[in-house]
Design a protein around this ligand. Structure first.
Ligand code: AMP
Ligand code: MG
Length: 529
């Protein structure tokens, strides 16, 4: 463990790749460069709201160094440490299916790569630290509400074992930021905030796309070689098929991430190619949301309300579409279509295998190789849609279904009824579909001779009890905006052990309250952040 000033930096990204140093933050097209050097903007009265002890430990910081004025100064962007090399990355992207040209880190400023306690590189990055050459007409700032959402969700996802960027700290700046939350002509000042994000790399599909779109093969190749060398040591760099291997690996990591999203009920909300990490990490927490009632057509993002491109159930297909864009970007380095196509097909196969495996574990089974088990998984997803049913509660309660033959149908099915929003309004047919599923699931476990205690333990390890329901984050935000950040800390705490019974937090294991059904922030989120 070291003091803040002793953090060790090794800035491979800026040292190995071309950048530009012109300094200013004037919006501009940045050519033949992977980044622009830029410094964070000073803030007036920084105050620490929350810090993730796990991330500070990963970086090797002593606990006493994460509370003082020095920490707040550095992670609000008011002071750079020796060894930092602050910069904003240049990338492009496809937004909602259309090429959007240069985007880049418009309000994220990377500080440098820390060598963590395992000897690995961790890029640390401030989000909301002021304008960069990529800010276009925007201010480069972030508001408290979106920063709380990013901070809490990054850490919640990590503890759920979903690949994600991490969050070290959340600081309020003391400055006000004007936002029009509903895009309805009512801009209002909100408290500004800065989150420090942490990941081995923040490189996105769009970092490759920008150079390919400009025909800049030289920089494209430098970036691809760098990513292979630093992030994919198992790929033989310099080998003729290394860029195809890169696409294949990125595809598998992406598939793994999407399967985990589906497992826990997460909807990213803005799966543009500039928001897709080449490491398969969940990145850029904006108008994301969690399924309360299971509805594969749900999207939290108001900007996406019409076409629902980024709805829960469409995420696997969109990831594939995004991988096609990455394949197009890598094409100039490969010069042949077929191997890239094979790598894309591998995504679909890999996803299917991982999805089946994931669904099996949710059901307490080993795999879905037997057709009956496959049907059981399909039946579960169908039952979840017969009537408004809470996804998290349904899966968690399934482990409480007693599959012993001595139990009668009604008693057996009772736990699942806890997941139904209005069980008093259920028709007899709807009840029958729940009963039929509980009976079939039980019969299968009896047939396999499974031990109830073992099945429960295995299911509870993959079906979380606590997720960051949209209304929970919203409650924490409303309190924090009034100056009381205690609920941010409380949620960080409960979400640290999402699979464990935590009797003191039982209130968070419940159906979404009725008031949250249609409330902004709870059921719908805009991109305004
Ligand atoms: P997002 O939809 O949040 O992923 O953002 C898309 C692009 O807009 C990225 O290049 C962001 O850096 C940029 N951007 C979003 N909000 C701001 C802001 N307040 N100031 C500057 N750039 C922004
Ligand atoms: Mg983004």
């Amino acid at each position: 463990m070291v003091a803040l000033s002793e953090l060790r930096f090794d800035n491979r990204f800026t040292a190995s790749l071309p950048g530009e140093n012109s300094g200013g933050t004037d919006p501009r097209q940045v050519m033949e460069a992977c980044y622009s050097r830029v410094s964070p903007t000073a803030v007036s009265r920084p105050r620490l709201v929350a810090c993730s002890p796990e991330v500070s430990e990963l970086l090797g910081l002593r606990p006493e160094d994460t509370t003082g004025a020095d920490f707040v100064d550095v992670f609000s962007g008011n002071r750079l440490l020796k060894g930092m090399d602050s910069h904003a990355a240049c990338y492009g992207g496809h937004q909602f299916g259309n090429w959007a040209g240069q985007l880049g880190d418009g309000r994220a400023i990377a500080l440098g790569e820390v060598i963590d306690v395992n000897g690995d590189h961790q890029m640390i990055q401030l989000k909301g630290a002021g304008p960069t050459p990529y800010s276009r007409s925007a201010d480069g700032l972030a508001v408290l509400r979106s920063s709380i959402r990013e901070f809490l969700c990054s850490e919640a996802m990590h503890h759920l074992r979903v690949p994600t960027t991490r969050a070290l700290s959340l600081v309020t700046t003391g400055d006000l930021v004007v936002r029009d939350v509903l895009y309805d002509g009512n801009p209002a000042p909100e408290p500004g905030a800065v989150v420090c994000r942490v990941a081995p790399s923040f490189i996105r599909f769009g970092n490759f796309e920008i150079f390919a779109s400009r025909g800049d093969e030289a920089t494209l190749k430098k970036l691809a070689d760098f990513v292979i060398r630093t992030q994919f040591p198992n790929i033989d760099d310099g080998s003729p098929d290394c860029y195809v291997s890169l696409l294949k690996e990125v595809g598998e990591l992406t598939a793994d991430m999407i399967v985990e999203w589906l497992r826990v009920g997460f909807v990213h909300g803005v799966m543009n190619t500039d928001n897709m990490s080449v490491l398969g990490l969940t990145i850029d927490y904006g108008p994301y949301g969690w399924l309360d009632d299971y509805n594969p057509n749900w999207t939290p993002n108001t900007t996406d309300a019409q076409h629902r491109r980024y709805r829960y159930g469409n995420q696997p297909a969109i990831a594939q579409w995004n991988l096609v864009q990455l394949a197009n970007a890598l094409y100039p380095l490969v010069g042949a279509v077929e191997p890239l196509q094979e790598a894309l097909e591998n995504y679909a196969q890999h996803f299917e295998a991982k999805w089946s495996q994931m669904m099996a574990t949710k059901l307490g089974l080993t795999n879905l190789k037997d057709q009956r088990d496959r049907e059981l998984a399909e039946q579960a997803l169908a039952v979840l849609q017969t009537v408004e049913t809470d996804m998290t509660l349904f899966w968690r309660e399934l482990a409480n279904v007693n599959f012993d033959s001595s139990v009668d149908e009604k008693e057996r099915c009772a736990p699942l009824m806890n997941a139904v929003y209005r069980s008093d309004l259920m028709t007899s047919d709807q009840r029958a579909s729940f009963v039929d599923f509980a009976e079939k699931w039980s019969a299968r476990h009896r047939e396999l001779g499974n031990n109830a205690i073992e099945v429960t333990a295995a299911m509870n390890a993959v079906n979380p009890k606590y997720v960051l329901r949209n209304y929970m984050a919203q409650l924490a935000i409303e309190k924090a905006e009034e100056g009381d950040s205690s609920m941010v800390t409380e949620l960080l705490d409960v979400l640290r052990l999402p699979y464990e019974e935590q009797p003191q937090y039982e209130r968070f294991y419940a159906l979404r309250p009725d008031w949250a059904r249609t409330k902004i922030g709870c059921s719908q989120l805009s991109c305004s952040s």
